[in-house]
Design a protein around this ligand. Structure first.
Ligand code: TXE
Length: 499
């Protein structure tokens, strides 16, 4: 059977995972076990232990010891790079397994899950490079008697809390960079999708990562997530999730003033000018809102289109959206799989209802799709939307798009920036002046011109406004996991202050 073209089967029984502390795989024992059902098939696919606070304390202690005794932070960048490259090779060997469990737990199409794992390998390889490139600065202009150095040091123990929408890829946007900086990690993946973070622990161990450097404590957000953000033994938290929880993370982190990296929600405009290649733009906008079932923090979830082409563009877009292949994510032909959680499904359907009730006109989609099991939503387009409507303002996190027409660049920028979020924006135009001017003025951490939801390890990611703090990936991302020390070195004999 060719795994790339044939539909995969469900597992004959769920895979049972343990958790991972101090280099050891630990079985669930008498802990609560979370049974995860595939959101596309309603069949139990994984069994994941729910760690206790005592487990978390042990993980933090292991990460602290590993950091303080310098078994990782004391290595050269080159030695750290060698482990990261071996890990990249280890991930490559297990692409099919990781992608399979991503699809089973998350509901995303298997072809896209494979693509994300490949993207994750690129993150590890790039981070291996930056482990060697990371450097500080020197000041040779302080006079003959003084020399100044600025050094970067790893920040310490990092708590890593990740969501369910890109379980493995979001880990890979962070883990290799945190490791490259010389830090140690206590990770808590989403309780819905913990498998790939636990498989990564096995891969890192085999790659030669010392014990205690990467620990995984699966569990619920309220219990283990909250405890990580409050833990006095943790120096920094990288949190990816909702803006609401992000706000509570800020409060919880105040106890020991831990540093925070936050990647939160978004309401990301797709700005289409009349001079765009409208067919290309329609395809891109459809991809931007429907990819991963719209469950991306950077989904293009508001369409801001120049009024003179709004009707024509809407028709092109509706045609594209209605042709998207929604269905079984284990089928390689599927483009959009299942909605990952019951709560998310309800949230999306409630927004579709709100759009109808608030007076928007349904152009296509607008309902759940029934495949006999699981949860699926048809890609949905609303026109006659106003900025007051909830579908135009709030993060839906589903394949639902509302159209807001504009006249002129000023109005396009005003509509695009009229949001509390600032994660991403896409601009579709063939006019280089417009593309450049709008990309300068749009308030977003990531801007795409004539493309959307693309990128790799080289460019940083992160948000303006209430979409977050700090940056991940790239050289800027690794710097987040360091702190800066300035060193003054006096040369020669001291001029005495006393007598
Ligand atoms: O996110 P949560 P949910 C948005 C999206 C979605 C909404 C809710 O709009 O509809 O959030 O999704 C952990 N202290 N995004 O409920 O709760 C939790 O266990 C510490 C955008 O899944 O924010 C999980 O590991 N941690 C987003 C992670 O936080 C806590 C991706 C995210 O869960 C916690 C996901 C607490 N008190 C959802 N409570 C993006 N930016 O991509 C929960 N967690």
């Amino acid at each position: 059977m060719n795994e790339k073209t044939s539909k995969l089967a469900l597992p004959s029984e769920p895979r049972t995972f343990g958790f991972f502390v101090d280099g050891e795989h630990i079985e669930a024992g008498n802990r609560v076990v979370l049974e995860r059902a595939s959101p596309a098939h309603d069949v139990c696919v994984t069994r994941i232990p729910c760690c206790t606070r005592e487990d978390l304390d042990k993980a933090v202690e292991a990460a602290r010891t590993a950091f303080d005794n310098r078994r990782w932070s004391g290595l050269s960048g080159g030695e750290r790079a060698s482990v990261l490259l071996k890990a990249a090779a280890g991930i490559r060997e297990r692409i099919d397994e990781i992608a399979y469990f991503e699809t089973l737990e998350n509901g995303k199409p298997i072809s896209q899950a494979r693509g994300e794992v490949e993207g994750g390998i690129g993150m590890f390889e790039y981070a291996a490079g930056v482990a060697r490139a990371l450097h500080g600065d020197s000041f040779n202009n302080l006079g003959d008697r003084m020399f100044g150095l600025v050094t970067r040091e790893p920040i310490g123990v990092v708590g890593l809390i990740t969501p369910w929408n890109f379980p493995f890829y979001i880990l890979c946007e962070r883990v290799p960079f945190i490791l490259a900086a010389g830090c140690t990690i206590v990770a808590k993946p989403s309780e819905e999708t913990s498998a790939s973070g636990l498989i990564l622990a096995e891969i890192l161990k085999e790659a030669g990562l010392p014990a205690g450097v990467y620990n995984v404590v699966p569990g619920t957000g309220n219990e283990i997530g909250q405890a990580i953000t409050e833990h006095a033994g943790i120096d920094m938290v990288s949190f990816t999730g909702s803006t609401a929880v992000g706000r509570s993370v800020v409060h919880a982190a105040a106890g020991n003033f831990k540093k925070l990296g936050l990647e939160l929600g978004g309401k990301n405009p797709q700005i289409v000018f009349a001079d765009a290649d409208l067919k290309d733009a329609a395809d891109g906008v459809a991809f931007g809102v429907a990819f991963n079932g719209g469950q991306c923090c950077v989904s293009g979830s508001v369409l801001v289109v120049e009024r003179s082409v709004a009707d024509e563009f809407e028709a092109l877009l509706a045609d594209k959206l209605s042709k998207i292949v929604v269905g079984d994510p284990l089928d390689p032909a599927t483009q959009v799989g299942a909605i990952t959680t019951e709560a998310q499904n309800t949230k999306i359907l409630n927004y579709i209802d709100a759009g109808k009730k608030e007076g928007a006109k349904l152009v296509c989609g607008g309902s759940a799709l029934d495949f006999g099991a699981g949860r699926f939503v048809a890609p949905t387009l609303f026109s006659e939307v106003t900025k007051k409507m909830s579908i135009a303002r709030e993060e839906i996190f589903g394949p639902v798009l509302g159209v807001l027409p504009f006249d002129g660049m000023e109005e396009a920028v005003r509509i695009a920036n009229d949001t509390e979020y600032g994660l991403a924006a896409s601009i579709w135009t063939k006019n280089i002046d417009k593309a450049t001017q709008v990309s300068r003025r749009v308030q977003a951490g990531r801007v795409w011109v004539n493309c959307t939801i693309t990128g790799g390890p080289e460019l940083p990611i992160g948000g303006f406004k209430q979409s977050g703090w700090g940056r991940e990936t790239s050289i800027y991302g690794i710097e987040e996991y360091t702190q800066i020390k300035s060193v003054h070195i006096e040369l020669g004999k001291r001029n005495h202050w006393i007598g």
